[in-house]
Design a protein. Sequence first.
Length: 240
Amino acid sequence: MDTKTKARILTSDEIKEGCIKISGGDNDETQVCVVQEEFRQGIEMVEQYEKSVTFYGSTRMGETDPFYQKAKNLASRISKELGYAIFSGGGPGIMEAANKGAVEAGGKSVGLTIKLPEKQNTNPYVKDVIPFYFFFTRRVTMSYTAKACIFFPGGFGTLDEFFEMVTLRQTGKIAEVPLVLVGTEFWNPVNKLIKELLVDKYHTLRDDEMQLYTITDDEEEIIKIIKESKIEGGNKSSLR
């Protein structure tokens, strides 16, 4: 898109204020309006990036953490070697590491930020910001054009994002987006829990459904997985 004609990005507060005016102050109508506008603006923005990889992970891992460094190096390689844009939630920790890796490689660095009660600062390596109020609108947008989703260790938020994405894969609501879990020391115990409880004991999952994701620390394998991803986009094809 020509940057001279690119529309100004509205903040979440601006979207809300505009929706209040349109709805006449009705709370339910305002929320519906905000959801619609966040999807419209977010998807219009991410569609500018034909190929992207989305990074997820803890906000609490600083620059000295090995996972921070690994996320930065991996994002740098994806940017430089594959030419893909790097998406993250735009905050600190793993998100910052991914955006920093993209910038240092001369690549495209995008942050899909969220409005929280306690302000979360956008990391300084985000070059394009897409703001959101609702988590679910941000989540859909983050994976909309993704060729792969990479999950580093994290807390409730990261686990929530991973389990939602793997559920969407399981139920065919999104295309076969590669889901890569980086950090074997973190993810192998999670995988063991899934196997022992969900598959073997309670039979709430089939064994083959554990193949919907890949656990690896091998950067060459991750690069290969991304290269071989044939999908047009993460949630984009869910409308087929």
